[in-house]
Design a protein around this ligand. Structure first.
Ligand code: XMP
Length: 259
């Protein structure tokens, strides 16, 4: 098991939480001092919820205005101080040298795991990213079935393998997550049937991360009953008037289901 997964599990036990915070705050670009205000708000939200979450996921909303080795560094230090693993959600989706370059930057900057798209394949796609992650105790999480309605157009397609077997794309990706040694798979909470099917394939050996709770319509109860390991939650927490309470409430709701 990677160091990333060990840290995540340790944090899940310590904070009794299965909630990964998606810290996707944004402010209008033209606003005066928007970068300072954005960083201040992000650090405040994180400090409020730090005891109720198991990790933090960062997306373009913070990376682009704040910069990886610039403003984001104080947030990365905060997360590390709270003992929270950090996930870089930039859905790596390119050829090898670009995926490798990006991952190296995320890992060097202090991220513990990256999310990648298995559509790009192994050879010349994700092989070196997995190799680099393994060497440094970092994690690679694969998209297996996304949470938005159009996900069925890609992840839900039927595909024919070389031996003529017909299966769904997400089934192939769940199998690849096993054979490639992924540290997690992403399956939308909006698709509890998919969570269940992927759970059957990965056999509880690979954690299932489910975004789509709340604003996107996914329900905690259905997702966790189907096999979700960690909920990824953004707007329902950081747009709430009381992010600490919102995170604590979702944590408790999950704990009621999994106890
Ligand atoms: P909300 O505000 O909807 O935020 O709770 C969800 C977060 O998760 C990201 N997201 C996904 N990430 N696969 C992913 O890897 C998905 O299917 C997916 N759906 C949503 C979204 O960008 C936000 O950070």
């Amino acid at each position: 098991m990677s160091l990333f997964r060990e840290r995540l599990e340790k944090c899940a036990r310590k904070n009794e939480s299965r909630v990964v915070l998606a810290l996707d705050l944004s402010l209008p670009v033209g606003e005066k001092d928007f970068k300072k205000k954005l960083l201040k708000k992000a650090r405040w939200v994180l400090s409020e919820v730090s005891e109720h979450v198991v990790g933090v996921k960062v997306n373009f909303q913070l990376l682009l205005p704040l910069g990886l080795f610039d403003g984001l560094q104080s947030l990365i230090r905060d997360a590390s101080g709270y003992g929270l693993p950090l996930i870089a959600d930039f859905k790596l989706n390119d050829v090898e040298h670009t995926n490798e370059w990006a991952s190296r930057h995320f890992f060097d900057a202090g991220f513990d795991a990256v999310i990648a798209n298995p559509f790009v394949g192994w050879k010349g796609g994700l092989e070196t990213v997995f190799g680099m992650a393994k060497k440094s105790g970092k994690g690679v999480i694969l998209l297996v079935y996304m949470s938005h309605p159009g996900a069925n157009e890609g992840y839900g397609q039927r595909v024919v393998s070389e031996d003529g077997t017909i299966s769904f794309q997400y089934e192939v990706f769940a199998e690849r997550a096993k054979s490639w040694g992924a540290d997690g798979v992403v399956v939308g909470a909006t698709q509890p049937k998919m969570v269940e099917r992927v759970y059957r394939i990965v056999g509880g050996k690979i954690p299932i991360f489910s975004p789509g709770i709340g604003v996107q319509g996914g329900a905690v109860s259905e997702a966790f009953k189907a096999g979700t390991t960690y909920a990824i939650v953004g707007r329902s927490i950081y747009e709430s008037e009381d992010p600490r309470k919102a995170a604590a409430d979702i944590k408790e709701e999950i704990n009621e289901i999994i106890k």
